[in-house]
Design a binder for this molecule. Structure first.
Ligand SMILES: *Cc1c(COP(=O)(O)O)cnc(C)c1O
Length: 389
């Protein structure tokens, strides 16, 4: 049986897959099993920050694999300590906690917020306010945290203690009670449709959380690691969260989850309150160290901003495109005809790997995409849209 047939027969049907079996890739180019070439503006949902199989990243990971591939968290490990030091020296955060995915990072953040409150105020102060149209993961608790009704089905009972506000300060305030312990937001909602938070809203949230001693958590799983032209997206809003979560782009293609917290939260977790067998894997952290070194060197992040502006400008001028929104290289495209999914499928057939979010086309290109590749991506998208009109 070929790959597609094997998958259909033996893998649980949890994904609506495109009709393509990818085999290899380099930079922004991927090849399927028949040797057909694709230009990628999705980076495996923002994961392959440096594109496919970047030489330096592969070397960093394989060198570590040849050294030691795993040790339990009962032992010290240089790759994770170096990565934590690097991240803390680049940000206002003081300590890191590693896991393996975005959902796990959010679980960790939720535990830290609730225990901070428990330690200080005792039982009962445990509610977390999240936003409508948010997405925080697929575990029972992070589904609960996700502010979209369609995710709150089948798997009852869900974790209690989440309330959902509109992205507006009065709506958040209306949900405050003496049980509230934290607010969790994405500064740009990814899965929810590339919704950029209002700057004033985010700043007011920061102030209120300070006043009420609520933990402000920013989910940077999709927006982090240079995606929006800053190392972390919250920097665009001139605030410092108490806690951020990070995953997708950090490992450059290997699974990693991360929580970073400020000093006030750094001693909340103690031995036996949290852990992960695979968390802080040295090969994964070697890759992450390489990713962080690359995107924080020279003009890399400025280039992400410039390329994002260049790409959005081109997209805005296409016939059939109603509006374009985004930050850096995290871009949503609203079409005149409400058929983003069909267009995405046709783009893939025409050699452009693109994804959707709600009713939008979504582009999360590798951060290393070139201007020529941007031109080529826009050309394929334009042709696909025009053929459909
Ligand atoms: C993808 C995503 C998650 C979940 O990450 P997983 O690694 O799939 O568990 C959580 N939050 C946001 C904002 C995401 O985009």
């Amino acid at each position: 049986m070929d790959t597609k047939a094997l998958d259909k027969q033996y893998i649980m049907n949890t994904y609506g897959r495109y009709d393509v079996a990818l085999k290899s890739g380099k930079g922004c180019t991927a090849y399927d099993e028949d040797g057909k070439k694709y230009l990628d503006v999705s980076s495996g949902i923002g994961v392959n920050a440096l594109g496919y199989s970047d030489d330096g990243w592969v070397n960093a990971v394989t060198a570590q694999l040849n050294e030691i591939q795993h040790m339990s968290n009962y032992f010290y490990s240089s790759q994770s300590s170096k990565l934590a030091e690097k991240l803390c020296s680049l940000t206002p955060f003081t300590k890191a906690c590693f896991g393996n995915s975005g959902a796990e990072a959010n679980e960790c953040a939720i535990k830290i917020a609730r225990k901070y409150s428990f330690d200080k105020y005792g039982e009962g102060r445990n509610e977390i306010i999240t936003l409508k149209d948010s997405f925080h993961g697929r575990t029972i608790t992070t589904l609960s945290a996700t502010g979209q009704d369609k995710f709150h089905n089948y798997f009852f009972p869900f974790t209690e203690g989440f309330k959902y506000a509109e992205a507006d300060i009065d709506s958040v305030k209306n949900l405050f009670s003496d049980k509230t312990c934290a607010v969790l937001i994405e500064c740009v909602q990814g899965e929810g449709g590339v919704n950029i938070m209002d700057r004033e809203f985010v700043q007011k949230l920061r102030k209120i959380c300070d006043k009420k001693d609520l933990v402000l958590i920013v989910d940077e799983v999709q927006t982090g690691i240079g995606r929006t032209g800053k190392l972390f997206c919250y920097e665009n809003f001139d605030i410092v969260p108490d806690l951020i979560t990070c995953a997708k782009g950090l490992g450059g293609g290997l699974p990693i989850g991360l929580c970073l917290c400020t000093e006030k939260l750094e001693n909340v977790l103690v031995p036996s309150t949290h852990g992960s067998t695979f968390g802080a894997n040295p090969a994964v952290c070697a890759g992450a160290n390489y990713v962080i070194d690359t995107i924080t060197s020279g003009d890399f992040l400025n280039e992400v901003n410039k390329k994002g502006a260049y790409l959005m400008d081109k997209l805005k001028n296409l016939d059939g495109v109603k509006s374009v929104r985004g930050l850096g290289l995290m871009i949503g495209i609203e079409l005149e005809k409400d058929n983003a999914h069909d267009i995405a499928v046709k783009c893939v057939e025409s050699g452009l790997l693109i994804i959707t979010a709600k009713n939008l086309l979504r582009m999360l290109p590798p951060l290393i995409i070139s201007y020529d590749e941007i031109d080529e991506a826009v050309k394929i998208l334009d042709k696909t849209i025009q053929e459909d009109i």
